[in-house]
Ligand binder design. Structure first.
Ligand code: ATP
Ligand code: MG
Length: 420
C-alpha cells in the first residue's frame, strides 16, 4: 500500500484524556480512533493488525478441532431467564434496549446460553461428541471503569470457544490441550515469555479455573508468581490451603501486576442442565453434557503487545502481528532515479507476495523515519540518493539500507539479498 493514499496521518499528541500507553501510541500512529471512554474504532492499519491476531487465534482453534460459528449480538431475554442471568442484580454489565415491536432485547456480553441452545438442536447421541465450537465477535459490557485503552472497553472483540464432552475425563483432556494451545497463541503474539497460566477461582464444578496473565505494570490484576516453579496464582486464590495444594508457599511468591489476556473455565453441567442439552450414551441413557468455555480478547491482546513491546520511539510489532512486513521508505527529495527505483522495488515486493507499506510521500527524511519508528513495522527498507550511490560501499551492489525496527541494526544489502 502506498502511504500517500493512506487516509490516516500520524500525530504528535494523543487525546488529553487518554491515559493508557497502548491507546496513546495506537491513536498517534493512526491504528485506532477514540470514540468515547471505553469505545474505539479500528482504522486501516489497526484492522490489519487485528485481523492478524484473529487469524493466529483462528488457526490454533482449528488445530484443536474448533468449528467456527458466528452468533448474533442481539440476545433473547427468555433464554437468559432460564439460567437466571437476565436480571441486572445478577449480571451487572448488561446493555439492554427495548424492541419497537414490544419487549426487551440484550446485547451479548458472553454466549454460553446461545451456544447451548443451538447445540441442543444438533447433538443427539454420544456419536455427536466431543464437539468444539468458537466464534470471534463483539461483546458489549457496561464496564464501570474504562481507562486501560483498548484493553478494557465497553464494546470489544472476544474469541470464545465452547467445549461439549461426554465425560469428565474427556473434558479434562481437552481442557489441558486448550491451555497448551493458548500458550502457542501467546507465543505467536510475542508475549508468551511474560504470560503465565494462572490459577484462579473456579465455579460450582471445579476448584480452580485458569487465567492467562501477562506481566505488565499496565495490568489491572494482581497475581503472585514463582518464576522457578513456573507457578502463578491470582490473588483470589491465596488461601494457605489452596497454596499447599498447588505445592507452593506464600513466602515463595512474588506479587506482580498483570493483564488477563485469556481464560479457560470448566462449566460442568450448569448450562446443559438449565437449558436441556443432553445426549444419549451407548447404553441408551440420557445424560447432561459437560461444558467448558475458553476466552481470549484479541483487542486486549493487541493492547498488551503494544504495552510490552513498544519503546520510546513507538510500537515494535512482532513479525506475525505487524500490519505490513516491510516499510519501504523512499527519500529522494524529488530525485527521479530514487523514485523510479523505489517504485520498482515496491512492485517486486508485491509480485513476491510480501506485504509492504511504501512511504512515497513528499516529506522530509526525519519525518519519514520518525513516522516509521512510530508505526513499528519490523523491517525498514530505505532507498535514497546516498544508498543508490553505494555510500562507502561504492559499486558493491549493496545499495539498499535495511533497518531492523527492534534492534535498530542497520545494514547495506543488495537486491538479491533483500529478496532471499
Ligand atoms: P476481566 O476480569 O478483565 O473483567 P473477564 O474475566 O470478565 O475479564 P471473560 O468474560 O472471561 O473476562 O472474557 C474473556 C476474555 O475477554 C478476557 O480474558 C479478556 O481477554 C477479554 N475481555 C474481557 N473483558 C474485556 C473488556 N472489557 N475489554 C476488552 N477485552 C475484554
Ligand atoms: Mg477475569
Amino acid at each position: 500500500m502506498r502511504q500517500s493514499k493512506l487516509f490516516t496521518k500520524t500525530r504528535k499528541e494523543a487525546p488529553k484524556d487518554e491515559v493508557s500507553k497502548n491507546a496513546q501510541l495506537l491513536i498517534r500512529a493512526g491504528y485506532i480512533h477514540k470514540e468515547m471512554a471505553g469505545v474505539y474504532s479500528f482504522l486501516p492499519l489497526g484492522v490489519r493488525v487485528m485481523d492478524n491476531i484473529k487469524n493466529i487465534i483462528r488457526d490454533e482453534m482449528n488445530v484443536i478441532g474448533g468449528q467456527e460459528v458466528f452468533m448474533s449480538s442481539l440476545q433473547d431475554p427468555e433464554l437468559w431467564k432460564k439460567t437466571d442471568r437476565w436480571n441486572d442484580e445478577v449480571v451487572d454489565v448488561w446493555f439492554k434496549s427495548k424492541l419497537k415491536a414490544g419487549g426487551d432485547i440484550g446485547f451479548a456480553w458472553t454466549h454460553e446460553e446461545m451456544i447451548t441452545r443451538i447445540m441442543s438442536e444438533y447433538i443427539r447421541s454420544y456419536k455427536d461428541l466431543p464437539l468444539y465450537t468458537y466464534h470471534i465477535q463483539n461483546k458489549f459490557r457496561n464496564e464501570v471503569r474504562a481507562k486501560s485503552g483498548i484493553m478494557r472497553t465497553r464494546e470489544f472483540f472476544m474469541k470464545d470457544l465452547y467445549s461439549f464432552s461426554r465425560t469428565q475425563e474427556e473434558h479434562d483432556k481437552f481442557y489441558a490441550e486448550s491451555a497448551e494451545t493458548y500458550m502457542r497463541v501467546f507465543n505467536r503474539l510475542g508475549i508468551g515469555d511474560k504470560t503465565y497460566k494462572t490459577f484462579a477461582s473456579g465455579g460450582a464444578f471445579t476448584k480452580f479455573s485458569h487465567e492467562f496473565q501477562t506481566l505488565s505494570e499496565a495490568g489491572e490484576d494482581i497475581i503472585y508468581i514463582n518464576e522457578e516453579k513456573g507457578i502463578a496464582v491470582n490473588e483470589e486464590v491465596l488461601a494457605d490451603a489452596d497454596l499447599s495444594e498447588l505445592g507452593v508457599t506464600r513466602e515463595e511468591l512474588e506479587k506482580r501486576k498483570s493483564i488477563e489476556v485469556g481464560n479457560i473455565f470448566s462449566l460442568g453441567t450448569k448450562f446443559s442442565e438449565a437449558l436441556g442439552l443432553k445426549y444419549v450414551d451407548e447404553a441408551g441413557e440420557e445424560k447432561p453434557i459437560i461444558m467448558g468455555s475458553y476466552g481470549i480478547g484479541p483487542a486486549r491482546a493487541m493492547g498488551t503487545v503494544v504495552e510490552l513491546l513498544s519503546d520510546d520511539k513507538g510500537i515494535v510489532w512482532p513479525e506475525e502481528v505487524a500490519p505490513f512486513k516491510i516499510h519501504l521508505v523512499e527519500i529522494g527529495g524529488g530525485d527521479e532515479k530514487v523514485q523510479v527505483y523505489a517504485d520498482e522495488l515496491y512492485k517486486k515486493f508485491a509480485d513476491t507476495g510480501i506485504d509492504v507499506l511504501y512511504d512515497d510521500r513528499d516529506a522530509r527524511a526525519g519525518e519519514k523515519f520518525a513516522d516509521s519508528d512510530l508505526l513499528g513495522i519490523p523491517t525498514r527498507v530505505v532507498i535514497s540518493k546516498k544508498t543508490l550511490e553505494g555510500g562507502a560501499d561504492n559499486n558493491s551492489g549493496n545499495n539498499i539500507e535495511r533497518v531492523d525496527r527492534k534492534t535498530g541494526k542497520v545494514e547495506m544489502v543488495s537486491e538479491a539479498e533483500l529478496f532471499s
